[in-house]
Design a binder for this molecule. Sequence first.
Ligand code: CMC
Length: 425
Amino acid sequence: MGNTAKLVLDGKELQLPVVVGSEGEVGIDISKLRPQTGAITLDPSFANTGACESAITFIDGENGILRYRGYDIADLANHATFPEVCHLLIYGRLPTRPEREEFRMRLTMHSLVHEDMKKFFEGFAPSAHPMVILSAMIASLSAYYPEQETQEEIDLNIIRLLAKAKTLAAFSYKKSIGQPFIYPDNERTYLENFLLMMFGVPCETYEVNPVVRSALNKLLILHADHEQNCSTTTVRTVGSGGANLFASVSAGVCALWGPLHGGANQAVIEMLEVIRKDGSNFQKYVDLTKSKDQDFKLMGFGHRVYKNFDPRARILKEAADEVLADLGVDDPLLDIAKRLEEVALADSFFIERNLYPNVDFYSGVLYRAIGIPTDMFTVMFALGRLPGWIAHWLEQRNTPGTRISRPRQIYSGEQARAWVPLEER
Ligand code: CMC
């Protein structure tokens, strides 16, 4: 591979530098294209555009590989704790034992939210989706913990965000079911506290089921980062304008909400329910995706980057079997999901387009098994993705020479025309 690429435009030749990543990925650096030729590249939806160099996560979509800071996702899902993965993504390395203890302690000590913030919850309609509450509450944290300047102060806000987001998520759930908020307990770990605040009730002790804790740990780790996806790109874009951490991450929560992104986990369960009620006619729904007049897709299938199995889906499929068996849960939707997968993977439309189950296909069945209600699924995705968003926001902030994100366009509207007075229109 040469270190330049040649572009010929209007008879003029331009040498463009070639950048090669640490895993051999190749990018043509076109940052001087417009100044030197007046032309821009056109790449709707950015399918061929690298927006930055990043040292956080590596994906090889053709071979189904996902690594955080060099560690394989399966190793992390099987051996790490979610706070360890947060540390890895944000600070670039696994914590030592003392670092792990200190990190754990800081995450616990900052779990409480300012008492005044509880009043905000009262203002939401009882039917409000927990994603809107989470996004609004995370943005509101900037009113209580203003933007910081030094690395140490920024770090404190990172800890606050990680620690408080789970409290806000659990409070939003309690609000939706009309139960009193349960406060975190300093003796408990990150995940145990979250489960306590979700499922505890006043005046009763709440014991965490280790199977539930371990399933939740795996789910959060598998969602922790996925390089330049829609919500992470949003966080980086908002952050590139100088917006503070809370504002940038709140925008990421909103970006995640859509059914083509993090909202797919909720959409999968809703789709499986429809298929079940309709007599489990799998081929009918696979065929529906091919119809030109129906805008129907199999939720939890397909991916912009993976053209092979999403490694996260493989891990979750296995985990779903184990966790449901361990908890003694018999969920007909797991069977429906497996049979739908079989029918889809054997269908030529899916084979030709390399469409495989993604992370959202089996995650919902697992969330259901551990008692998480359907409209909280995307909130769970957001909690998992938090360290990834934070790591990208920080990496960008610490990269010298980062400029505000500002794509160009090819204008396709009217050419200049004369003003028409109202009476002549
Ligand atoms: N069911 C049926 N057909 C599909 C699906 C699907 N789920 N996904 C893609 N296709 C078809 C698509 O219609 C297109 O066909 P054609 O070539 O005939 O026009 C072809 O496959 C290529 O798809 P695309 O729309 O160009 O793919 P994309 O990279 O723009 O979109 C996606 C990726 C994930 C948005 C899309 O696959 C999708 O909508 N999937 C369902 C929603 C979903 O599960 N989202 C979660 C993604 S993983 C977690 C996350 O990132 O949040």
